[in-house]
Design a protein around this ligand. Structure first.
Ligand SMILES: CCC1=C(C)/C(=C/C2=NC(=C\c3[nH]c(/C=C4\NC(=O)[C@H](C)[C@H]4CC)c(C)c3CCC(=O)O)/C(CCC(=O)O)=C2C)NC1=O
Length: 169
Protein backbone atom coordinates (compact mmCIF):
# COMPACT_ATOMS: atom_id res chain seq x y z
CA UNK A 1 0.00 0.00 0.00
CA UNK A 2 1.45 3.35 -1.01
CA UNK A 3 0.74 7.02 -0.48
CA UNK A 4 1.67 10.09 -2.48
CA UNK A 5 5.01 10.47 -0.72
CA UNK A 6 6.18 6.86 -0.64
CA UNK A 7 5.24 6.28 -4.27
CA UNK A 8 7.15 9.36 -5.35
CA UNK A 9 10.20 8.39 -3.35
CA UNK A 10 10.08 4.86 -4.69
CA UNK A 11 10.00 6.29 -8.19
CA UNK A 12 13.03 8.51 -7.69
CA UNK A 13 14.98 5.92 -5.73
CA UNK A 14 14.55 3.31 -8.43
CA UNK A 15 16.45 5.56 -10.83
CA UNK A 16 18.81 7.06 -8.24
CA UNK A 17 17.65 10.62 -8.72
CA UNK A 18 17.45 13.52 -6.30
CA UNK A 19 14.02 15.08 -5.93
CA UNK A 20 13.79 17.47 -8.86
CA UNK A 21 11.50 20.38 -9.59
CA UNK A 22 8.60 18.13 -10.65
CA UNK A 23 8.90 16.02 -7.55
CA UNK A 24 8.97 19.06 -5.32
CA UNK A 25 5.94 20.54 -7.06
CA UNK A 26 4.04 17.30 -6.58
CA UNK A 27 5.00 17.14 -2.93
CA UNK A 28 4.04 20.75 -2.39
CA UNK A 29 0.62 20.26 -3.88
CA UNK A 30 0.05 17.12 -1.80
CA UNK A 31 1.04 18.83 1.43
CA UNK A 32 -0.92 21.94 0.55
CA UNK A 33 -4.06 19.87 0.15
CA UNK A 34 -3.29 17.85 3.29
CA UNK A 35 -5.48 19.73 5.74
CA UNK A 36 -8.44 19.59 3.32
CA UNK A 37 -7.96 15.85 2.83
CA UNK A 38 -7.97 15.21 6.56
CA UNK A 39 -11.01 17.46 7.09
CA UNK A 40 -12.91 15.71 4.31
CA UNK A 41 -12.08 12.32 5.84
CA UNK A 42 -13.33 13.56 9.21
CA UNK A 43 -16.60 14.72 7.66
CA UNK A 44 -17.12 11.36 5.96
CA UNK A 45 -16.23 9.53 9.15
CA UNK A 46 -18.85 11.28 11.23
CA UNK A 47 -21.58 10.92 8.59
CA UNK A 48 -20.75 7.57 7.03
CA UNK A 49 -23.86 5.67 8.08
CA UNK A 50 -26.16 8.46 6.90
CA UNK A 51 -24.28 8.90 3.63
CA UNK A 52 -24.60 5.19 2.80
CA UNK A 53 -28.26 5.13 3.77
CA UNK A 54 -29.13 8.20 1.73
CA UNK A 55 -27.13 7.01 -1.28
CA UNK A 56 -28.87 3.63 -1.11
CA UNK A 57 -32.31 5.24 -1.08
CA UNK A 58 -31.38 7.45 -4.03
CA UNK A 59 -29.97 4.50 -5.95
CA UNK A 60 -33.07 2.37 -5.42
CA UNK A 61 -35.25 5.30 -6.41
CA UNK A 62 -33.27 5.71 -9.63
CA UNK A 63 -33.05 1.99 -10.40
CA UNK A 64 -36.10 0.46 -8.68
CA UNK A 65 -35.72 -2.88 -10.51
CA UNK A 66 -32.82 -3.68 -8.18
CA UNK A 67 -35.12 -4.24 -5.21
CA UNK A 68 -37.98 -5.87 -7.09
CA UNK A 69 -38.27 -9.65 -7.39
CA UNK A 70 -35.50 -10.78 -9.73
CA UNK A 71 -33.36 -7.72 -8.89
CA UNK A 72 -29.91 -8.29 -7.48
CA UNK A 73 -30.62 -6.35 -4.26
CA UNK A 74 -34.00 -8.09 -3.74
CA UNK A 75 -34.37 -9.87 -0.38
CA UNK A 76 -33.21 -8.44 2.91
CA UNK A 77 -29.91 -10.28 2.75
CA UNK A 78 -28.93 -8.93 -0.64
CA UNK A 79 -30.22 -5.44 0.16
CA UNK A 80 -27.94 -5.47 3.20
CA UNK A 81 -25.02 -6.82 1.13
CA UNK A 82 -25.48 -3.97 -1.32
CA UNK A 83 -25.39 -1.31 1.39
CA UNK A 84 -22.41 -3.04 2.96
CA UNK A 85 -20.58 -2.82 -0.37
CA UNK A 86 -21.42 0.89 -0.57
CA UNK A 87 -19.98 1.28 2.90
CA UNK A 88 -16.77 -0.46 1.75
CA UNK A 89 -16.46 1.93 -1.18
CA UNK A 90 -16.95 4.92 1.08
CA UNK A 91 -14.49 3.76 3.71
CA UNK A 92 -11.76 2.87 1.23
CA UNK A 93 -12.35 6.16 -0.57
CA UNK A 94 -11.38 7.96 2.64
CA UNK A 95 -8.16 5.96 2.87
CA UNK A 96 -7.22 6.82 -0.71
CA UNK A 97 -8.23 10.44 -0.16
CA UNK A 98 -5.93 10.81 2.81
CA UNK A 99 -3.10 8.87 1.11
CA UNK A 100 -3.37 11.00 -2.03
CA UNK A 101 -2.84 7.75 -3.91
CA UNK A 102 -5.20 5.18 -5.38
CA UNK A 103 -3.01 2.17 -4.67
CA UNK A 104 -5.10 1.04 -1.69
CA UNK A 105 -8.15 0.84 -3.93
CA UNK A 106 -6.41 -1.46 -6.39
CA UNK A 107 -5.02 -3.63 -3.67
CA UNK A 108 -7.97 -3.94 -1.31
CA UNK A 109 -11.11 -3.19 -3.29
CA UNK A 110 -10.85 -3.59 -7.04
CA UNK A 111 -8.72 -6.68 -7.35
CA UNK A 112 -10.96 -9.58 -8.36
CA UNK A 113 -14.11 -7.53 -7.81
CA UNK A 114 -15.42 -7.76 -11.34
CA UNK A 115 -15.13 -11.56 -11.29
CA UNK A 116 -16.98 -11.72 -7.98
CA UNK A 117 -19.69 -9.39 -9.20
CA UNK A 118 -20.08 -11.23 -12.48
CA UNK A 119 -20.36 -14.59 -10.79
CA UNK A 120 -23.02 -13.28 -8.41
CA UNK A 121 -24.88 -11.30 -11.06
CA UNK A 122 -24.23 -7.99 -9.27
CA UNK A 123 -24.74 -5.35 -11.97
CA UNK A 124 -21.79 -2.98 -12.46
CA UNK A 125 -23.76 -0.07 -13.95
CA UNK A 126 -25.92 0.58 -10.89
CA UNK A 127 -22.93 0.01 -8.61
CA UNK A 128 -21.17 2.82 -10.43
CA UNK A 129 -24.28 4.99 -10.04
CA UNK A 130 -24.23 4.29 -6.30
CA UNK A 131 -20.57 5.30 -6.01
CA UNK A 132 -21.24 8.53 -7.89
CA UNK A 133 -24.22 9.35 -5.67
CA UNK A 134 -22.00 8.96 -2.61
CA UNK A 135 -19.43 11.23 -4.21
CA UNK A 136 -22.03 13.94 -4.78
CA UNK A 137 -23.32 13.70 -1.20
CA UNK A 138 -19.79 13.88 0.20
CA UNK A 139 -18.89 16.85 -2.00
CA UNK A 140 -21.96 18.75 -0.82
CA UNK A 141 -21.04 18.14 2.81
CA UNK A 142 -17.40 19.04 2.29
CA UNK A 143 -18.37 22.22 0.49
CA UNK A 144 -20.86 23.07 3.25
CA UNK A 145 -18.02 22.70 5.77
CA UNK A 146 -16.17 25.49 3.98
CA UNK A 147 -13.58 23.44 2.14
CA UNK A 148 -13.16 25.04 -1.26
CA UNK A 149 -10.93 22.39 -2.78
CA UNK A 150 -13.67 19.76 -3.31
CA UNK A 151 -11.91 18.36 -6.37
CA UNK A 152 -9.79 16.18 -4.09
CA UNK A 153 -12.97 14.29 -3.23
CA UNK A 154 -13.60 13.31 -6.86
CA UNK A 155 -10.43 11.33 -7.24
CA UNK A 156 -11.09 8.09 -5.31
CA UNK A 157 -14.74 7.82 -6.33
CA UNK A 158 -13.98 8.50 -9.98
CA UNK A 159 -11.09 6.07 -9.86
CA UNK A 160 -13.27 3.22 -8.58
CA UNK A 161 -15.96 4.09 -11.11
CA UNK A 162 -13.51 4.16 -13.99
CA UNK A 163 -11.79 0.93 -13.03
CA UNK A 164 -15.06 -0.90 -12.49
CA UNK A 165 -16.54 0.31 -15.78
CA UNK A 166 -13.43 -0.31 -17.82
CA UNK A 167 -12.98 -3.77 -16.43
CA UNK A 168 -16.51 -4.57 -17.46
CA UNK A 169 -15.99 -3.91 -21.17
C1 LIG B 1 -13.50 -4.31 0.84
C2 LIG B 1 -13.52 -4.93 -0.49
C3 LIG B 1 -14.74 -5.81 -0.73
C4 LIG B 1 -15.73 -5.60 -1.65
C5 LIG B 1 -15.86 -4.46 -2.59
C6 LIG B 1 -16.62 -6.73 -1.57
C7 LIG B 1 -17.73 -6.93 -2.38
C8 LIG B 1 -18.59 -8.07 -2.41
N1 LIG B 1 -19.91 -7.96 -2.65
C9 LIG B 1 -20.51 -9.18 -2.60
C10 LIG B 1 -21.86 -9.48 -2.74
C11 LIG B 1 -22.93 -8.59 -3.09
N2 LIG B 1 -22.85 -7.31 -3.51
C12 LIG B 1 -24.09 -6.81 -3.77
C13 LIG B 1 -24.27 -5.43 -4.24
C14 LIG B 1 -25.22 -4.86 -5.04
N3 LIG B 1 -26.27 -5.46 -5.64
C15 LIG B 1 -26.98 -4.57 -6.37
O1 LIG B 1 -27.98 -4.82 -7.04
C16 LIG B 1 -26.41 -3.21 -6.28
C17 LIG B 1 -26.13 -2.62 -7.63
C18 LIG B 1 -25.16 -3.42 -5.43
C19 LIG B 1 -25.06 -2.43 -4.26
C20 LIG B 1 -24.73 -1.06 -4.73
C21 LIG B 1 -25.03 -7.83 -3.47
C22 LIG B 1 -26.55 -7.74 -3.56
C23 LIG B 1 -24.30 -8.96 -3.05
C24 LIG B 1 -24.85 -10.30 -2.63
C25 LIG B 1 -25.08 -11.13 -3.88
C26 LIG B 1 -25.50 -12.53 -3.58
O2 LIG B 1 -25.00 -13.13 -2.61
O3 LIG B 1 -26.35 -13.01 -4.30
C27 LIG B 1 -19.48 -10.16 -2.35
C28 LIG B 1 -19.69 -11.63 -2.26
C29 LIG B 1 -19.55 -12.18 -0.87
C30 LIG B 1 -20.50 -11.54 0.09
O4 LIG B 1 -21.73 -11.54 -0.16
O5 LIG B 1 -20.02 -11.02 1.09
C31 LIG B 1 -18.29 -9.46 -2.26
C32 LIG B 1 -16.92 -10.08 -2.06
N4 LIG B 1 -16.15 -7.55 -0.58
C33 LIG B 1 -15.02 -7.04 -0.07
O6 LIG B 1 -14.34 -7.53 0.88
Amino acid sequence: MRDAVTSLIRNYDSTGRYLDRNALDDLKSYFNSGAARVQAAAIINSNAAAIVKQAGLQLFEQVPELIRPGGNAYTTRRYAACLRDMDYYLRYATYALVAGNMDVLNERVLQGLRETYNSLGVPIGPTVVGIQIMKDIVKEQVLAAGIADVAIVDQPFDYMTRELSEQDL
